[in-house]
Design a protein around this ligand. Sequence first.
Ligand code: NAD
Ligand code: UDP
Ligand code: UDP
Length: 326
Amino acid sequence: MKRAHKRVLVTGGAGFLGSHLCERLLARGDDVLCLDNFFTGSRDNVLPMIGHPRFEVMRHDVTVPLFVEVDEIYNLACPASPVHYQNNPVQTIKTAVHGAINMLGLAKRLNAKILQASTSEVYGDPTVHPQTEDYRGNVNPIGPRSCYDEGKRCAETLFFDYQRQNKVNIRVARIFNTYGPRMHPNDGRVISNFIAQALRGEPITLFGDGQQTRSFCYVDDLVEGFLRLMDSDASVTGPVNLGNPAEFTIAELARLVVEMTGSASRLVYRPLPQDDPKQRRPDISLARETLHWAPTIELREGLTRTIDYFDALLRRGAPLPQLAAQ
Ligand code: NAD
Ligand code: UDP
Ligand code: UDP
C-alpha cells in the first residue's frame, strides 16, 4: 500500500537540531514521530508543533528497544555539548552505542533508511587541516571527551557493519559546530555562552588564549544538508562532512558577539579544557559534489537571529531550563 505521507522518526527530536528538523519535515508534508527522553531537549522546543495532525511526541530512551513503524529514521539522540555529555559519561556512551544498535535494529526490521548524526569530534584534535572524510582522526580514548568521541566513532562502525552485514540503507553525517535559536542556554557551548554573557553584561569567558579555531554552521543550513543526504541515492552513505568552512578564532567570535550585542562585557581568560581541539574546519568538497550542498548563511546573519532568540528568552525572565535527572 502506498502511503500518503512518509513516516519519519527523529530521535532527539526535542533538542536543538532535532526540533528544527521536525519543523522542516512537517513543512514538507511528512508524518513526524519525535522521540526524546528530555535529558537536554525540552517540550518548549516542540511546543509550536504540538497539536499538528502529522506530529507526535514520544518520551522514550533510545538505549531501550523501540517498536514503531516508520520509513525513515534520523538518529540525533545524544547530549552534544561537552558540559552535557560529561555530566554522565557512561550514559553518554550507552546512548551513542546502545542507541545506535537499537535504531539500526529497527531500521533493519523495517527496511527503513537511517541517518546518523555523527560529529567532527571523530577527528579529535586534528593533525590535518581542513578535515576531509578520509582523515582518521587524533582521538584520546581515555580522556574527558572520549565518552562522546569514542561513542560516536563506535556508532559509525555499527552503521557500516549493519550496512555490510544486513544491507541496511545508512547515511552518516559528520556535523561540525552548529548554532542557532533553541540552543540550550546552559549547554556551555561557546556561542550560547558568549551571547548569554554579553546580553547579561557578564565577563566573556575565553578558554586558553582564544586562538583555537572553530567553523560555525547555522542550523537551517545544516538541516538542509540532512534532508539532501537522506534523499540522495542509496550509494551516498557518507560519512560526509556537514559544516560551514568559514573559520574563526574563538577570540574573533568573542569580539564579534560583543560588537553585535553592543555589550559592555570585558573578555576574561580561563584555563583551556583538556583535549580541546586547536583547529577545526570542514573540507566540504564531498557534500558539494554529491549533495550539491553548501552553507548559505554567514556568521553575522546567523548570530543576529541567535542573539534575537536569546534576548527574547532572557527578557522573559523565565528560569533557564536545567538538566533533567538521568
Ligand atoms: P541537543 O542536546 O539539543 O539534542 C539532543 C537531544 O537528544 C536532546 O533533546 C536530548 O534530550 C535527547 N537525548 C539525549 N539522550 C537521549 C536518549 N538516551 N534517548 C532519547 N533522547 C535522548 O543537541 P543537538 O545540538 O541538537 O545535537 C543533536 C545531535 O547532533 C547529537 O547527536 C549531536 O551529537 C549531533 N551533533 C551536534 C552538533 C552541534 O554543533 N549542534 C555537532 C556535532 C554533532
Ligand atoms: N530492535 C528494536 N526495534 C526493532 C528491532 C530491533 O529496538 O524493531 C533492537 C533489538 O531489541 C536489538 C537491537 O535492536 O536489541 C538490534 O537488533 P538486531 O536485530 O540487529 O539484533 P538482535 O536482535 O539479533 O540482537
Ligand atoms: N569556549 C570558550 N569559552 C566558553 C565556551 C567554550 O572559549 O565559554 C571554547 C572551547 O574551549 C572550544 C570552543 O570554544 O575551544 C568551542 O567550544 P564548544 O564547547 O562550543 O564546542 P566544541 O569544543 O565541542 O567544538
